[in-house]
Design a protein around this ligand. Structure first.
Ligand SMILES: NC(=O)C1=CN([C@@H]2O[C@H](COP(=O)(O)OP(=O)(O)OC[C@H]3O[C@@H](n4cnc5c(N)ncnc54)[C@H](OP(=O)(O)O)[C@@H]3O)[C@@H](O)[C@H]2O)C=CC1
Ligand SMILES: O=C(O)C1=N[C@H](C(=O)O)C[C@H](O)C1
Length: 235
């Protein structure tokens, strides 16, 4: 993603790529480059430290790296409260189709008794489930709670560990890793006698780039922490 994003910034007439950092490079040196926005696509173990270093260097930040916990997001919020005017946008997915799928899933959730999420990715991905699937499942769970729905029915009492996937706020999430895939997600909703399937497919990493560039252009106008590209779209 770093290579693809750097090329997209270089190709945008209104943006300038002033630096490209790799692991081991010092984020603090960005303070003297004239950079206004830092973009982070790294690894879950590095992203939070990178964001704090970007804020300390006086830059806005756009982050696509996954693995963010509520506690880590809160630490960024607190840091930004001491850096007035700076904005950080963290999005689990910058592809329009994925953003819409998450939105549609959150809207559909209250109408269905059952919901499960299946995410499918390339086998080089280091985290599971995907950030997008976590975000999707959490939004489904929140919508169900708001609507007063109880637990999702599941009579499973015996079997192999892992067979029912991960539990994200009571919603089961299944991760597939398959050579040839890029990034895909299916959200299944069930009621007696019917099913709704919402599916999004990123066949190529170009799908993420317009969303990243949109965030780079808008982040300085949104001081504080913004989570999700949907916050920039008129959904
Ligand atoms: N939000 C979105 O739309 C999208 C999010 N992602 C997420 O973005 C992240 C990156 O994905 P992807 O590019 O496929 O992963 P890759 O594994 O291909 O790339 C990660 C890169 O980060 C580098 N890196 C590791 N630590 C640091 C550090 N401290 N500072 C700078 N660079 C570092 C690695 O370098 P080295 O190899 O030298 O360690 C590597 O080049 C993942 O979390 C992924 O889930 C991906 C696609 C879209
Ligand atoms: O690692 C990836 O490739 C992707 N990561 C993000 C995620 O974990 O949700 C976004 C997209 O699915 C691609």
């Amino acid at each position: 993603m770093g290579t693809a994003v750097a090329a997209a910034v270089r190709g945008a007439a209104d943006l300038e790529l002033v630096a490209a950092l790799d692991s081991g490079d010092d984020v603090a040196r960005l303070a003297s480059t004239g950079a206004q926005v830092g973009i982070d696509f790294t690894v879950p173990a590095a992203t939070e430290a990178n964001v704090h270093a970007l804020i300390d260097a006086g830059l806005h930040a756009v982050v696509g790296t996954t693995g963010w916990t509520d506690e880590a997001l809160e630490r960024v919020r607190e840091h930004l409260a001491r850096a007035p005017g700076l904005g950080v946008l963290i999005a689990p997915n910058f592809a329009l189709g994925a953003v819409l799928a998450m939105e549609f899933a959150a809207r559909a959730a209250r109408f269905f008794e059952s919901a499960e999420v299946i995410e499918l990715h390339h086998p080089d991905k280091v985290d599971a489930p995907s950030g997008t699937a976590r975000h999707t499942a959490a939004a489904i769970a929140a919508a169900r709670a708001d609507a007063g729905l109880g637990p999702i029915p599941d009579a499973t009492a015996t079997g192999l560990v892992g067979a029912r996937g991960a539990d994200v706020d009571g919603v089961r999430v299944h991760s597939v890793r398959l050579r040839g895939l890029v990034a895909h997600e299916e959200i299944l909703f069930g009621n007696p006698g019917e099913q709704l399937t919402i599916r999004t497919d990123s066949f190529d990493r170009v799908s993420f780039l317009p969303g990243v560039l949109l965030a780079v252009r808008r982040v300085s106008a949104r001081p504080g922490l913004t989570v999700g590209l949907d916050q920039l779209l008129d959904l």
